[in-house]
Design a protein around this ligand. Structure first.
Ligand SMILES: Nc1nc2c(ncn2[C@@H]2O[C@H](COP(=O)(O)OP(=O)(O)OP(=O)(O)O)[C@@H](O)[C@H]2O)c(=O)[nH]1
Length: 371
C-alpha cells in the first residue's frame, strides 16, 4: 500500500458485513468465498468468528493470512455483545483492515449485533454496511410447517437482512424452491435475494461503496453516484430492520435527510427491542463441547453421528481416524455428514461440538465413548 492509499484508508470508514443465518445454513461456506473474493482483489479483510461452543472449528479452514478474532462459548448478540465492541476495536487498532466480516452464531439475533457494531462506530471509523442472511432453504421449509421458537428465530434473521442468500437449492425440488422464496419474500420483500448452492453468489454486495483504492486488481464494480445512493439506502434498511420492520431499500420518496432518519429509527428500535426482549428467542439452544482422547473408527463414528437424536441438529469437530491416523474436520447439518481432511496448524485437539435444543448430553457422550 502506498502513502496515498494509506492516508485514504485512514479517512475512510471500514465497512463491516455481518453474516447471519441459522445453524448449518452455510455462513462459513459464504465467508470462505468472500475471503477468496477479497484475496483476489488484494483487499485486506479481518474476521470476527463467534461460536456457541468452546472451540472455533470453522477458523481452521480460513487461511492464517486473515486476522481473526475468535469469540467462543457464547453469543455476540447477547452475553458477549460488549466483547464484540472490544474485539472490533482491537482488530482495527492492530491490523487496520479494509473490511471486516462478522460471522454470527446460527443462534444469534442480528438486531442485537447491530447495537454492538454501532457502539464501536462511536470510537472507531467502522460502519455496518450489510446484514447478509444465509437461509437454509430445506430447513426453513420444514420448520415453517411445524412452527416453534427456532422458526421464529429464522424469521427474525430473514426480516432484518439487507441481502438474502437462499442456500441449499440442490436439496429442493423446483416447486419447493418457489415455496421457500415466497416464504422469504413474505418476511422481507425488499432485500435482494439470490438462490444458491454452496453459497455460489454474486459477491458484489461485499464490495466497497466508493471502490477500493485505485490500481488494485479488483474485479468488482467501482461505484458511481447512483451506487453511493444505494449504499446509503442500506443504512436505512438496517435501521428499519433494527426497528423490527422488514428491511426495505430507501427511495427518493423518503425526502428527508439521513441524519434525521437515523435518529428517528434508533429511538423506535430501542423501545421495540426493550418490549420484545429478543434474547429469549434462542435461549433454548444449547451446546456440548467434548475433547476426544483417542482416534475414532470411521464407520462407528459415521453411524453414531447419523444416529444422533433429532433435537441435535448441528455437530462439528475434528477427529483422527483409527484406520489412517489422518485428521478430519467433520460437519453434520440436518442429517448430512461431511468429512474434510485437514492438517491443523499448531496444537489443535480432537474435539466434537453438538448444538441442539434440550438434548440429553449424557446420552450423546455415552454414544461417543463407544466409537
Ligand atoms: N447440500 C448442501 N450442503 C451445503 C450447502 N452449503 C453448505 N453446505 C454444507 O452444510 C454444512 C454447514 O455449512 P457451514 O457453511 O459450515 O454452515 P454454518 O452456517 O457456518 O454453520 P454454523 O457455523 O454451525 O452455524 C457443511 O457441511 C457444508 O458443506 C449447499 O448448498 N448444499
Amino acid at each position: 500500500m502506498n502513502k496515498q492509499d494509506h492516508a485514504e484508508q485512514e479517512e475512510r470508514s471500514i465497512p463491516v458485513h455481518l453474516l447471519s443465518g441459522f445453524l448449518g445454513s452455510g455462513k462459513t461456506t459464504l465467508l470462505n468465498r468472500v475471503i477468496d473474493h477479497y484475496r483476489l482483489a488484494d483487499v485486506k479483510a479481518a474476521v470476527v468468528m463467534n461460536e456457541i461452543g468452546e472451540v472455533n472449528l470453522d477458523g481452521q479452514v480460513i487461511g492464517g493470512d486473515v486476522p481473526m478474532a475468535e469469540m467462543l462459548s457464547g453469543c455476540i448478540c447477547c452475553s458477549m455483545s460488549g466483547d464484540l465492541a472490544v474485539e472490533l476495536k482491537k482488530l482495527v487498532d492492530d491490523h487496520r483492515p479494509e473490511v471486516i466480516l462478522i460471522e454470527a452464531t446460527g443462534a444469534a439475533n442480528p438486531m442485537e449485533i447491530i447495537d454492538a457494531v454501532t457502539e464501536t462506530s462511536m470510537y472507531e471509523r467502522i460502519e455496518l454496511r450489510s446484514i447478509v442472511t444465509v437461509v437454509d432453504g430445506p430447513e426453513l421449509l420444514a420448520r415453517s410447517r411445524r412452527g416453534g421458537r427456532t422458526y421464529k428465530l429464522m424469521q427474525e434473521q430473514i426480516r432484518c437482512a439487507t441481502d438474502l442468500v437462499v442456500n441449499k437449492a440442490d436439496r429442493l425440488e423446483a416447486e419447493e424452491l418457489i415455496e421457500v422464496q415466497q416464504l422469504v419474500r413474505e418476511l422481507n420483500a425488499y432485500a435482494p435475494l439470490t438462490v444458491t448452492t454452496r453459497c455460489e453468489a454474486d459477491l458484489s454486495m461485499f464490495d466497497a461503496a466508493g471502490g477500493w483504492p485505485a490500481g488494485r486488481s479488483h474485479d468488482g464494480h467501482i461505484c458511481g453516484a447512483s451506487c453511493a445512493h444505494e449504499h446509503r439506502a442500506v443504512d436505512k434498511a438496517i435501521l428499519d430492520a433494527s426497528a423490527g420492520k422488514a428491511a426495505h431499500v430507501h427511495d427518493e420518496a423518503c425526502g428527508h435527510d439521513h441524519g434525521a432518519c437515523r435518529h428517528g429509527h434508533e429511538e423506535e428500535a430501542h423501545s421495540e427491542r426493550t418490549e420484545q426482549h429478543l434474547h429469549a428467542s434462542h435461549a433454548h439452544v444449547m451446546a456440548l463441547t467434548h475433547y476426544l482422547e483417542a482416534a475414532v473408527d470411521s464407520h462407528a463414528f459415521e453411524a453414531f453421528v447419523k444416529g444422533l437424536p433429532d433435537n441435535v441438529y448441528r455437530a462439528k469437530g475434528i477427529v483422527t481416524l483409527k484406520e489412517t491416523g489422518s485428521r478430519f474436520l467433520f460437519q453434520f447439518a440436518y442429517r448430512e455428514l461431511e468429512l474434510i481432511r485437514i492438517t491443523p496448524q499448531g496444537d489443535v485437539k480432537d474435539v466434537a461440538v453438538f448444538i441442539g435444543e434440550h438434548f440429553d448430553k449424557q446420552a450423546v457422550l455415552a454414544g461417543l465413548a463407544k466409537v
